[in-house]
Ligand binder design. Structure first.
Ligand code: ATP
Length: 234
């Protein structure tokens, strides 16, 4: 017996004006699992993420959250239903300190002290840098901050787009180890990565996307065996 997926795309079509970018995308994220969305630049990974956050409307198919059809809901409404994205480029405020960035994430009801304690316990370096401007930190530290901010919202599903971009391989490994720990604690994650090798170790399912279509889906082992080296990355 399967529990209801936290996130589901069924035959999703979407695009930009006359440009159709997604041609019927099917994807399922089960609770407490990691789905890796792989494929080259321009394949449609970011567009898929935008559809999941409500930033881009569907023009076909269905988007479902916890079994509920949410086509047409605003990005704000979808965020309220627990979809939280760390966009490409991380989305931290460079001219605010680490604390201020966390404070912004608290919204109403969450207490900053508690939030800081959780963030600094997970990433001690953020504690050391609490009064430093986020923009002055390394890419890896900013990614830790972005992840801490996202987790503050206690998301039903976390969307990560090219988490590895611009980061040293060791930092990427560390970030994905953290994600794996969070998943072991029940978090559900959809992660888009151009290079499979960094994310396959923590994925439950992998899907290869080309020209706006999922062309292959399987376990990480199956997909790794079928991927050409250009999609695996160094
Ligand atoms: P990347 O790694 O570059 O983010 P991707 O797999 O995420 O690649 P998308 O960014 O989703 O790919 O792009 C899918 C298609 O949609 C591409 O053909 C791209 O040119 C097109 N596209 C993306 N954004 C826009 C936009 N704002 N306006 C018009 N076309 C766009």
């Amino acid at each position: 017996e399967q529990r209801t997926p936290v996130l589901e795309l069924a035959g999703v079509r979407a695009g930009y004006g006359a440009i159709q970018a997604l041609h019927g995308v099917d994807l399922v994220v089960h609770p407490g699992s990691v789905v890796a969305l792989l494929g080259p630049n321009g394949g449609g990974k970011s567009t898929t993420m935008k559809v999941c956050t409500g930033l881009l409307p569907l023009n076909g198919g269905e988007l479902r959250l916890a079994g509920r059809r949410v086509n047409g809901l605003s990005a704000q409404e979808i965020a309220k239903l627990g979809v939280c994205a760390i966009p490409e480029g991380r989305g931290v405020f460079p001219n605010l300190t680490v604390r201020e960035n966390l404070w912004i994430a608290t919204g109403t009801g969450t207490d900053l002290k508690k939030l800081e304690a959780v963030a600094y316990d997970r990433f001690p370096i953020l504690g050391k840098r609490r009064n430093q401007l986020a923009g002055s930190m390394s890419g890896g530290e900013q990614q830790m901050l972005a992840l801490s901010r996202a987790l503050a919202t206690d998301p039903a599903v976390l969307l990560l787009d090219e988490l590895s971009m611009g980061l040293a391989p060791m930092i990427v490994t560390q970030m994905y180890e953290t994600v794996a720990e969070l998943v072991a604690g029940g978090l559900s994650v959809l992660v888009a990565e151009q290079f499979a090798r960094v994310v396959l170790p923590i994925a439950d399912t992998a899907a290869l996307m080309l020209h706006g279509r999922i062309v292959d889906t399987g376990t990480p082992d199956e997909i790794e065996g079928r991927l050409s080296s250009e999609y695996l990355g160094g």
